[in-house]
Design a binder for this molecule. Structure first.
Ligand code: ADP
Ligand code: MG
Length: 284
């Protein structure tokens, strides 16, 4: 198998002779609370489809969300662990998009006033990775496709999440997995999340770009969505760096886009052009 450790992978070594690798991770982490973030339905896995639901997490007209205090407590616990600054005022925002697993047509998340700003995490090497912000939000339901029929299970709809947005301070695939492992061990040991990666309770989006060595200006990034294993994050980033290198060396340009990772083919693939904040029509 191909070596993915950048110190041993000759292809990555070749990239690093001319370019810097820049990686910023966004980690979604499901909060280990008994009930959902804005309603009293159970946050529980493995029950009959659509059994842990209510008018709020289904987005029925007139339903009003009531914030689960324990979700706030867990976000604050994360803030203390990452030396993130707890904000005296924090605002939820509607992020509008249309998808069957999102019954309201918007996700309740945070935008310009997240609950915590800044912070840091140190890798075993002593390298500091900055944290941009920590925000509270709700999870979506789950689409299940069987043949030509699709089903939606809303049991996960409205389960509390924190999103930990890291600064683009990571510079190799293995640093990315070290960062994830450290964060994972923090959330599990602090009781913030069960960290179950197979169920997607701890998942990362990897933003990846390359830039000429030493350049101050960051290159265009691609965002690889929902990678839920330490090994896959290294493989996905490795593939993505080499893809961007080949593209740029051939005189092309990297376009901002959202990509997926195919763990069987060991490659990333284009999903859609990257949405911008405008596309989501955020409002408080
Ligand atoms: P979006 O919602 O568009 O994904 P966010 O601000 O939530 O934007 O997240 C941006 C993420 O991308 C952060 O983790 C940040 O570190 C990372 N990032 C920003 N610019 C770059 C870049 N040029 N290369 C790699 N990562 C980047
Ligand atoms: Mg993102």
């Amino acid at each position: 198998m191909e070596k993915i450790d950048s110190t041993e992978n000759p292809q990555l070594q070749k990239v690093l002779e001319k370019y810097d690798i820049v990686i910023g991770l966004e980690v979604h982490c499901q909060l280990a609370t008994k009930s959902k973030i804005f309603s009293s339905s159970a946050n529980s896995y493995g029950n009959a489809p659509n059994s842990n639901i209510d008018e709020t997490c289904l987005g029925l007209p007139g339903a009003l969300p009531v914030l689960n205090e324990e979700c706030v407590n867990l976000a604050l616990r994360m803030a203390l662990a990452l030396k993130s600054e707890i904000q005296p005022v924090s605002v939820f925002a509607r992020k509008n998009y249309f998808y069957p697993d999102l019954p309201k047509g918007y996700q309740i998340t945070q935008y310009d006033k997240p609950i915590c700003l800044g912070g840091e995490l140190f890798l075993a090497s002593g390298k500091r990775i900055g944290i941009e912000r920590i925000q509270l939000e709700e999870d979506a339901g789950k689409n299940i496709h069987v043949g030509s029929t699709s089903f939606v299970d809303y049991n996960r709809s409205g389960v509390g999440l924190i999103e930990i947005v890291g600064c683009p301070d990571i510079s190799s695939p293995e640093e990315a997995s070290q960062y994830l492992k450290k964060l994972h061990s923090l959330v599990v040991h602090l009781g913030i999340s069960d960290g179950d990666m197979e169920r997607g309770n701890f998942r990362a989006d990897a933003n990846v770009s390359i830039k000429p060595k030493g350049s101050k200006k960051l290159g265009n990034r691609c965002e690889i969505k929902n990678v839920n294993s330490f090994k896959y994050i290294e493989k996905a980033i490795c593939f993505e760096v080499l893809r961007q290198y080949d593209l740029i060396e051939a005189g092309g340009q990297v376009h901002m886009e959202t990509r997926g990772f195919d763990s069987e083919k060991n490659m990333t693939f284009s999903q859609r052009t990257k949405e911008t904040a405008k596309d989501y029509r955020y409002f408080p």
